[in-house]
Write a protein that binds this ligand. Structure first.
Ligand code: NAD
Length: 434
């Protein structure tokens, strides 16, 4: 029987979707548009996949330690759940916006699809400054946000995880609050939780490990051995510090890292374990680390290295930075670190950019393993997690690389083609309930 909808029904007519096209959602949509064009998505499918499925905005009252009630704004965007329950982190930041959360949710859709996970994409955010809040205030904020979104979350519906400024403790509070309302313990409702509550071995390092895996695959493609290459990493948090340490373990010389306090350089390779210990002592930053030369973040991005790993935040590599980039490979640990205007510059210079939705997919892949283990009630060793993770990341890299060759496009566009195609095919089989 023929399908009711043809995903690839070609039409010159495409109704412009009335969506907010401000950055960073625009960054995501610009790349999506190119993939949609290559896939020749029909106008109906295009319009459907352009928009988030559901957006929740909530006002979260929190009793502060002073006794005053303060109201915070929170978001949860379900971008798409055609492939399965939606999946995505929760970000706490003073400058988080609904537009940013929409973009991050969209990236989750294409990322989960690209790595072949049975998940859709979502993201959450709360406008707050966690550095200015006590643990008690953060706990009350997290619990009320979770209670407000109780009907949205669920192990078969929407599964949150950590993102910027949220961690295992915050996921433990999400788990507990959800479970109290559900009247039973539901550890599969959240991933990135402590191992003692059903978290997975290897989850904490998984995003950085995935960055390492795709960087090694990219090095092989350009014919460079790890032992002969230098690396600079922007961001020394969960993703950046882990990727730096694992790349150094593979024989690369990590000559520069940076965090919000600035950059640190040693042409002979940095002592990363000493730097991690320093960051632990100072409560998370490298401020005051003196055994390396200081460097600005911009200098780091344009340093003469073979591999650049932006692992801090969005829009760090704009057109003018791209013009000065000398790295052969960029492995995007962060989400959206390269502005769309920089893509063409990098491509013309022959820089191999391993895009965010591929390079940092290790985190959500390990989150998927965690969810599977919770549902099975059977836990894997760290070796088992790493073995499966490496295999899935290598497969995804090869698939994207082959697609880039097939269509003669960048790895970024190829990653979108792979991600969008699987969602569109699933949508074609399910049909649009219109
Ligand atoms: P994190 O909070 O642990 O670390 C962020 C790091 O970036 C910190 O060292 C911070 O000081 C640094 N930083 C912030 N602003 C900076 C600036 N202007 N210049 C240089 N450094 C700066 O966060 P994380 O979990 O490592 O996430 C980093 C990025 O990776 C984010 O874009 C996040 O969305 C993405 N990501 C994270 C995961 C994960 O599993 N943690 C998964 C996928 C994607």
């Amino acid at each position: 029987m023929p399908f009711k909808f043809d995903v690839y029904e070609r039409s010159a007519y495409r109704e412009p979707a009335p969506i907010d096209r401000d950055s960073p959602f625009q960054s995501m949509m610009e790349r999506f548009d190119v993939a949609a064009e290559i896939l020749e998505l029909s106008p109906g499918f295009y319009e459907y996949l352009c928009r988030p499925a559901r957006m929740h905005v909530t006002s979260i009252p929190v009793e502060m330690d002073s006794g005053r009630v303060k109201v915070f704004e929170g978001y949860r965007v379900i971008h798409n759940d055609v492939l399965g329950p939606s999946k995505g982190g929760i970000r706490f930041a003073p400058d988080v916006t609904l537009n940013e959360v929409k973009a991050l949710a969209g990236w989750m859709t294409w990322k989960c699809s690209l790595v072949d996970l049975p998940f859709g994409g979502a993201k959450g955010g709360v406008v707050c400054d966690p550095n200015e809040m006590s643990p008690g205030e953060l706990e009350r904020l997290t619990r009320r946000y979770t209670a407000d979104l109780f009907d949205v979350f669920g192990p078969n519906k929407d599964i949150p995880a950590p993102d910027m400024n949220t961690n295992e403790q915050i996921m433990a509070w999400v788990l507990d609050t959800y479970s109290m309302h559900a009247r039973k313990t539901e550890n599969a409702v959240v991933t990135g939780k402590p191992v003692g509550l059903g978290g997975s071995e290897g989850r904490r390092q998984a995003t950085g490990r995935g960055v390492m895996t795709v960087t090694l695959a990219a090095l092989e493609r350009v014919g460079l051995a790890p032992s002969e290459c230098t690396v600079a990493v922007q961001g020394f948090g969960n993703v950046g510090a882990t990727a730096a340490a694992l790349l150094a373990e593979q024989g690369c010389s990590v000559v520069a890292v940076s965090d919000v306090t600035g950059g640190y350089y040693n042409e002979n390779g940095l002592n990363l374990s000493e730097m991690r210990a320093h960051a632990e002592r100072t409560g998370g930053t490298l401020e005051g680390y003196e055994a390396a030369q200081p460097l600005t973040n911009e200098d780091l991005l344009t340093l003469d290295v073979d591999v650049l790993v932006p692992a801090a935040k969005e829009d760090q590599i704009d057109r003018s930075v791209a013009e000065d980039v000398t790295a052969r490979i960029i492995a995007e640990g962060a989400n959206g670190p390269t502005h769309p205007a920089a893509d063409a510059v990098l491509q013309n210079k022959g820089v191999l950019v391993v895009p965010d939705i591929l390079a940092n997919a290790g985190g959500v892949t390990a989150s998927y393993f965690e969810w599977v283990q919770n549902r099975q009630g059977f836990f894997w060793t760290e070796e088992e997690v790493n073995r499966r993770l490496d295999r899935m990341m290598e497969t995804a890299f090869d698939k994207v690389y082959a697609t880039a060759e097939e269509y003669d496009v960048s790895l970024r566009i190829a990653a979108y083609v792979v991600g969008v195609r699987r969602v569109a095919e699933a949508l074609r089989m399910r049909g649009i309930y219109a």
